[in-house]
Design a protein around this ligand. Structure first.
Ligand code: ACO
Length: 333
């Protein structure tokens, strides 16, 4: 008899800011065009949290409240809240703590996880381990980023890529062996100079100089990151499939991080998974960093069936990357 506890996703919800930033609007701000953005990235529009006084915790708490309402749960039933984000409201207290305040959760342990575009997978694996320990039964993992707060809207290379969003999943022990089966997470600091936010941390605190030099904005060497992202996501997905003796036909859905449609297509091609099985919503939301994967889970939830094989794959700044293999745990209502 297998006594292992399998964590499974038992619910998902999201929150998106209502304001849309279209390619046409961006073309009136910087020297670009809808055609260039759509053909190079697949993005057509993204959502922006316009209110400058609202941060990531605002979006994340709405996603979590939507999840609690959907599941008919009280905030005090939540035992663990992990927030994956690279755009915390402030350096401290952590964003998860601010989410607890907004939703009225008083009994949860709560912390943030900073692993950029792979943040949701890192947080999901951590949340799963709380369930696997047997000591916790209700864990919320939320991926949320207000990327507009670190985007330079005078830089056409980067401002076209990002959007703001939050999405959350509930993890519980599975009644059977369907659930999150395995996760592979990797880190290679070869990317530390290729994507970063230079200032605002302890090594380079904010100063007049850092603000004048625009060091509080996202920077990346897009071309080089692109190559690493394709290789990293495809290799870790293939490794996971081989480890579990899964062929491309066994995979029902591939849910890749949404950074660039061309990266998604290349990953699908290298893993031999047809695009009909790949979740793609980058055209509507852009790259929302830690939120992309749970946003896809949320949008495709009603298509998933119990027992289906789903592969999640992500790649982000660091570099950090990984893949998760799960068997979906429930049918739509
Ligand atoms: N509109 C018009 N022209 C543009 C724009 C724009 N918005 N941006 C760049 N260009 C120009 C460049 O100036 C360049 O012109 P040049 O040839 O005269 O110098 C030309 O277009 C080509 O630029 P590239 O940077 O080579 O364009 P590329 O095809 O590589 O696309 C992009 C750029 C979209 C950024 C791509 O490299 C990419 O998606 N990279 C990976 C992004 C990613 O995955 N990031 C990781 C996740 S982010 C995270 O972890 C938080």
């Amino acid at each position: 008899m297998n006594n292992q506890i399998y964590p499974c996703i038992t619910g998902v919800a999201a929150w998106l800011p209502p304001d849309r930033l279209t390619n046409e609007l961006l073309a009136s701000m910087v020297d670009t065009s809808h055609e260039w953005i759509a053909s190079r990235t697949g993005i057509e529009e993204r959502r922006i949290l316009k209110d400058k006084d609202l941060g990531t915790s605002y979006m994340a708490s709405h996603a979590v409240m939507n999840l609690l309402e959907k599941k008919g749960m009280e905030a005090d039933e939540v035992e663990v809240i992990i927030c994956a984000t690279i755009t915390p409201d402030m350096m401290f207290p952590n964003t998860a703590n601010l989410i607890c305040d907004r939703i009225g959760a008083r009994k949860a342990l709560a912390f943030d996880m900073l692993s950029a575009c792979a943040g949701f997978l890192y947080a999901l694996e951590t949340g799963c381990n709380y369930i696997r320990s047997g000591r916790y039964k209700k864990v919320i993992v939320v991926g949320a980023d207000k990327m507009s707060s670190i985007t330079d809207y005078e830089d056409r290379n980067s401002c076209i890529l990002f959007g703001d969003a939050a999405a959350a999943v509930l993890l519980e022990p599975s009644p059977d062996e369907d659930g999150i089966i395995d996760t592979i997470l990797r880190c290679d600091p070869v990317g530390k100079d290729l994507i970063y936010l230079k200032a605002g941390g302890s090594a380079r605190p904010a100063s007049l100089e850092t603000v004048q030099n625009k060091e509080h904005f996202f920077y990346q060497d897009g071309k080089r990151v692109f190559k690493y992202a394709v290789q990293g996501m495809a290799a870790v997905s293939q490794e996971m499939m081989q480890k579990h003796h899964l062929t491309n036909e066994d995979i029902d859905y591939l849910i890749p991080h949404q950074a660039n449609l061309r990266i998604i297509e290349a990953t699908a091609q290298m893993t031999n998974i047809p695009l009909e099985k790949v979740t793609i919503n980058i055209q509507k939301y852009g790259n929302t960093t830690a939120a992309t994967i749970p946003l896809c889970i949320w949008e495709w939830e009603n298509d998933f069936r119990k027992g289906q094989n789903i592969l999640l794959a992500a790649f982000g700044a660091g570099f950090v990357w990984g893949a998760t293999y799960l068997r979906w745990a429930y049918n739509p209502d």
